[in-house]
Design a protein around this ligand. Structure first.
Ligand code: GAP
Length: 514
């Protein structure tokens, strides 16, 4: 645990030091669970967004984009169920006066059981070496099987109690598991209560005429209320999808773990409109497609797993998370939800307008079912960033900090250095920049010895460093160094574009999904 916490602290401080993520309003002592993205963070975020957008919109001829407003008519949130049911179960510790999400306390308890399982797996893998079969071990080792069953039973009971709104049983479960306040160790708990997560605001010039609004807690509703606009104007035939990225706001009670759980965050959501009765099939299709998208980034298959929901949201008939191994353990990264006709049906009722699709083949109208994929951009950022940050032991007994971002997402693709600040080398380096900058984000650096400049770019996540030396003036060649292998090649300046392009080209990365 201490190592995990230590690693996570390194992630947070590296993100700040290299201009990726800053605490919001820092000079005023910060605003809790709100963050700003710096010069590199803004680029990384943009690249992740683009990688998602291309995979969803550009590569699927039956998915189109949308950019709906954050402010929406307040009845939308009544219809969507958010006014009545978008709550977190809260519990306070009477001694420490700290407030927690009751479900998170229980999930963290199960997380500790999962950590024990992983420890057993690691021990066994070491003992059995190449012959180790993880699946078999998980299915047959009695201790591990017991742990798994224990975890499942706890989550099942919690899911059922939350589903039935049986908050007394949630408290009873916390007490039976002997869960203590993480801050004080006290087990003196209040009852569990529900707390609505939406932020309210007002629209209008004067207090009397102002209209109460909510800041949207998900982007999805903007898609639902535009379903017919897009379907009709785009002559879309079912099955088809509408995708959008944008800010969402939630008054998270237990906002912690850096950008994992924020109060203002960005979502990338896609609603796929389908014929009723086909939802099971599409649920599997989208689980598979989304996992392939994640795996295409090469961050390791072992770092992902599916988690099926025991407790379903008020709108879903099936739901699974794609969980990622964050520095603090496996946690939700993306949700795939079979939302039935709940949202469109409800908007029909509340608005009095028909939100139906006319199927020319069967000559019938129906309210489509919806399959949703929903991923937090900031959470994806944290997954990519934390997974990429490594301390490497080098052959000469030194270490280097390197941010092994997937090259396609790296904020800067190449840094160009003159070996020395004279003899025409800076001018040639600038010429190279002038040429490359039309295709890639590149930067110029002439400060410090070249070795230090390499280390700076390693820590920054830049996949290539290009060094201009005296030989460059004679034969128009430079050295290009690869971040991950540290290998250096002597190449013609004219080849640079093709070398960089080969590694950062979005098309070849996305093709890995096939
Ligand atoms: N439209 C469905 C929906 O909003 P959700 O599971 O509540 O479902 C989807 O959220 C995704 O949004 C999550 O998987 C997560 O990646 C991201 N997300 C949710 N709350 C967040 C928060 N407070 N901070 C950062 N990301 C969040």
């Amino acid at each position: 645990m201490a190592k995990q916490e230590d690693d996570f602290k390194k992630v947070i401080s590296h993100a700040k030091e290299y201009g990726y993520v800053f605490q919001s309003s820092e000079i005023y002592d910060g605003l809790s669970a709100v963050y700003d993205y710096g010069q590199n963070g803004a680029e990384l975020k943009k690249n992740i967004r683009e990688y998602w957008w291309k995979a969803m919109v550009q590569l699927n001829d039956n998915i189109v984009g949308l950019d709906s407003a954050i402010f929406m008519h307040p009845t939308i949130w009544k219809a969507s169920g958010h006014v009545d049911a978008f709550n977190d179960p809260l519990i306070d510790n009477k001694d420490s006066k700290k407030r927690y999400r009751a479900d998170v306390l229980i999930e963290d308890y199960v997380g500790k059981i999962d950590a024990k399982i992983e420890k057993e797996v690691a021990k066994a893998a070491k003992r059995f070496g190449d012959t180790f079969d993880k699946e078999q071990f998980l299915a047959t080792n009695q201790r591990v099987v017991d742990y798994q069953e224990q975890g499942k039973a706890i989550l099942k009971r919690m899911g059922q109690s939350l589903e039935k709104e049986d908050l007394e049983d949630v408290k009873a479960l916390i007490e039976e598991l002997d869960i203590a306040c993480p801050m004080s160790g006290s087990k003196n708990w209040t009852d569990v209560k529900q707390f609505n997560l939406m932020f309210g605001t007002k629209l209008g010039a004067s207090a009397e005429n102002a209209m109460d609004l909510y800041l949207r807690p998900e982007t999805a509703q903007g898609i639902f209320v535009n379903f017919l606009n897009v379907q009709k104007s785009g002559r879309m035939k079912i099955p088809f999808g509408i995708a959008q990225t944008g800010k969402a706001f939630r008054n998270e009670i237990v906002a912690r773990q850096f950008i994992f759980r924020m109060r203002e965050f960005e979502q990338m959501e896609m609603q796929f409109f389908i014929q009723p009765g086909t939802q099971k099939e599409w649920y599997e299709v989208w689980k598979d497609k989304r996992m392939k998208w994640h795996l295409s980034l090469g961050m390791g298959q072992d770092n992902y797993r599916f988690h099926n929901h025991e407790k379903l949201a008020h709108y879903a008939d099936a739901a699974a998370d794609i969980e990622f191994r964050f520095p603090f353990g496996f946690k939700e990264l993306e949700g795939i939800h079979s939302r039935t006709d709940f949202d469109l049906g409800s908007h029909e009722k509340f608005s009095g307008k028909k939100l139906q699709y006319f199927d020319y083949e069967t000559n019938k109208n129906y309210v489509p079912y919806v399959l949703e994929t929903s991923i937090g951009l900031d959470r994806m950022f944290l997954a990519v960033f934390s997974n990429s940050l490594v301390e490497e032991e080098l052959d000469n007994n030194t270490t280097r900090t390197v941010l092994k971002l997937p090259a396609v997402l790296a904020p800067t693709k190449a840094a160009v250095f003159p070996l020395v600040k004279k003899d025409g080398l800076p001018e040639l380096a600038q010429e190279i920049i002038e040429d490359l900058k039309w295709d890639f984000n590149v930067l110029y650096d002439e400060k410090d010895a070249v070795g230090r400049r390499y280390r700076r770019q390693d820590a920054n996540g830049t996949p290539f460093c290009i060094t201009v030396d005296h030989q460059s003036l004679e034969d128009n060649t430079v050295t290009i160094r690869h971040r991950d292998t540290m290998e250096q090649q002597r190449v013609a300046i004219t080849e640079l574009k093709a070398i960089i392009h080969k590694e950062v080209d979005m098309k070849s990365w996305l093709r890995r999904m096939e």
